[in-house]
Structure formats: C-alpha cells, structure tokens
Design a protein around this ligand. Structure first.
Ligand code: GLU
Length: 336
C-alpha cells in the first residue's frame, strides 16, 4: 500500500495538473445533466483500511447514471447466484455503444453485459421482489450499503430522464420479446431510470469502489455488502465494459477495472488496496468524463497501481507483509 503522504500528494498533484484539461461536453440527451456546471471537478481516494483523501469538488453531488449498473449487478448476483446471472444476462463485452440496439440483434436478443443499458434493465428485473417498490428499495439500499450512507433519488434528474427515455423503453420491449427481461418491461425501465438518478459525491463513489477493493466489505462501515466470491466477477465485468467502447484502451493504459457514467463520474478499483473516484461533467465521444479519466490515469500511474505490473507494483509490498495489519488480514481472508 502506498503511504498516506504519497497518496495525498498524488491526489493533490493530479487535481492541479488535470484541472487544466479541457475538451468534451456535458451529456445533453438528458436535459438535467446539460445544465450542470461543466467546470466542477472533484477527486477522492478511499483505501481498504478506511483512509479518505479528497480534493476539489469532492462534496458536490452528481448523478450516478451508468455507474449504478455495477451495484445492481452485484445485488442481482448475490440474489440469484453468479452462474444464473451469467446465463440470464451474459458476461461478455458488446464492443458497441451502451444503448446499442444492434448489439442485441447480433446476439439473439441477449444483453451480453450488465454494464450496457439492456443488461442493466435485465439485471434490475432479476432482483427478487414482491413488487416494483420493494425492488427499488433493495437497489437503493445496495447503493447506500456500498457508499456507507443513505443515498437518495434526485427528483429533478429522475423526471428529466423519465420523460425522455424513449430509446431505453424500446430496448426494454426488445428484451421482453427476446425473453431476457424478467419482470414487466416498463417497470424494469422505470426502476433502471430511477437507479441512474440517485446522487453521489466522489467520496461516496470511492467508498463504493473501496468496498470492492476490500473483497466486498465496506472499509468505512465494516459491513459486508457483497460476497468475496462475486467480487472478481464484478471487477472482470468492469474491465470488459466499464468505460464503454474505450474499455480496452483503459485496460491498456491504466490497467484497473473502472466504471463511468454520463453524469461525469468515474471510479476504478485497485484490488486489495484502494479505489480512486473522480467527477467532472464534460464527456468524450464515448460518454467518459475527459478530466476524470485524466486524473485517475495520472494517479494510478504515479502510484503504480496497474494490475498487470505484477511484482513491479505496490501489491508486491503487501504480499510480503509490508502494509498495515488491517490490509493484510483482509487480503488473507478474501480471495481476489
Ligand atoms: N441513464 C442513462 C441512460 O440510460 C445512463 C447512461 C450512462 O451513464 O451510460 O442513458
């Protein structure tokens, strides 16, 4: 584990350096996102031993959007099991945009990944519940457990999305006709739209990521949120599909599982160590925040967090017991 001073310096330097990065545009197909101040910029890191590092607009709330797909996927896997989840949703990248209808046509109507809109609605519909209200409450409770605080819906973002989500409604009906949605399709689309419209800060997001880095136990609350066996499946999905069609480039350059959303947030996970989250609203052509990508890339490279470094990265030190006691205990008890 890099030392606290090293992490704090890396975060401060990345914020100073990458706040100058310009380019990109706010998402405008969701009216409420188009009006967010495009210059907002926050970064947070949360470590598996519960240390929190914040810089810039780290207390400003933003819409979770597509990042919510990770936590609904985790909940669905917990509820129905990873094997059934794989059969019912699929666990491969589509290589196509997050709302692609062509991806469905190419795969016999199967979503392939829980991290595209089709797979996210399919995952939402899989959560066992008596009715829509209970399903929604379970999803919101999962987001809150990952973040370690009560996460709430933005009525403004939700109504903005609910009144413009015609494309997603079309996808839900295609899933229904192919047999890959497991509740009423419009109900699944409605709940999916709500789960995208909750508000988080970068500190929330880094805590959510640190829960995955920590084998499924939230390092701030100490609560187990997801079983350790499902964590590698979740991180593998993030690697394959987390940054839309740029996921391969992200793996090549940063080497950490990540997930972004059109609200401008991105988080990534260094298993056994920490999570980095950043938020800034301007997006590139794929839907990834330009500044958040730059900031996370700089920090991950500075701290040598790339998973594929093997013995060259900080994991080498943890393996031989050079990190804090808490980290070692967690590494021993939770297989990654
Ligand atoms: N709610 C957004 C949608 O369904 C999420 C998209 C995203 O963040 O990728 O289009």
């Amino acid at each position: 584990m890099p030392g606290n001073d090293t992490i704090a310096a890396a975060v401060a330097e990345a914020w100073e350096h990458t706040k100058k990065v310009s380019g990109g545009e706010n998402a405008d197909y969701i009216p409420a996102l188009a009006s967010v101040d495009p210059d907002l910029f926050g970064i947070s890191i949360v470590t598996v031993d519960g240390h929190v590092f914040n810089e810039g607009d780290s207390t400003v709330e933003f819409a979770i959007e597509s990042i919510s797909k990770v936590f609904t996927m985790a909940l669905a896997m917990e509820e129905i099991g990873a094997k059934a989840f794989r059969e019912k949703v699929g666990t491969d990248p589509t290589g196509l945009p997050f709302n692609s209808v062509m991806a469905l046509a190419l795969h016999g109507g199967k979503p392939m990944s829980a991290l595209v809109n089709a797979g996210a609605m399919s995952s939402t519909s899989l959560i066992p519940a008596r009715d829509a209200d209970e399903r929604w409450r379970k999803i919101l409770a999962a987001q809150s457990a990952f973040a370690g605080r009560t996460i709430s819906l933005s009525d403004e973002v939700n109504s903005s999305e609910q009144t413009t989500n015609f494309h997603n409604r079309g996808i839900a009906w295609l899933l229904y006709s192919g047999g890959f949605i497991y509740s009423d399709p419009m109900e699944a689309c409605d709940i999916y739209t709500r789960q995208c419209s909750t508000m988080i800060t970068t500190e929330d997001l880094a805590t959510m990521g640190a829960t995955l880095a920590n084998g499924g136990i939230n390092p701030v609350t100490g609560d187990r949120v997801v079983s350790s066996e499902n964590v590698p499946h979740i991180l593998a999905e993030m690697t394959m599909e987390g940054l839309y069609e740029a996921s391969g480039d992200w793996a090549y350059t940063v080497g950490l599982p990540g997930k972004s959303g059109v609200g401008g947030g991105i988080f990534c996970v260094a298993p056994g160590l920490l999570s980095i989250a950043a938020f800034s609203p301007r997006l590139d052509q794929f839907g990834n925040s330009v500044r958040a990508q730059a900031a996370i890339t700089q920090i991950a490279q500075e701290l040598k967090l790339n998973l594929y470094l093997g013995t060259g990265g900080p994991r080498a030190a943890t393996q031989f017991g050079a990190s804090s006691g808490i980290t070692n205990e967690v590494l021993v008890s939770t297989p990654h």
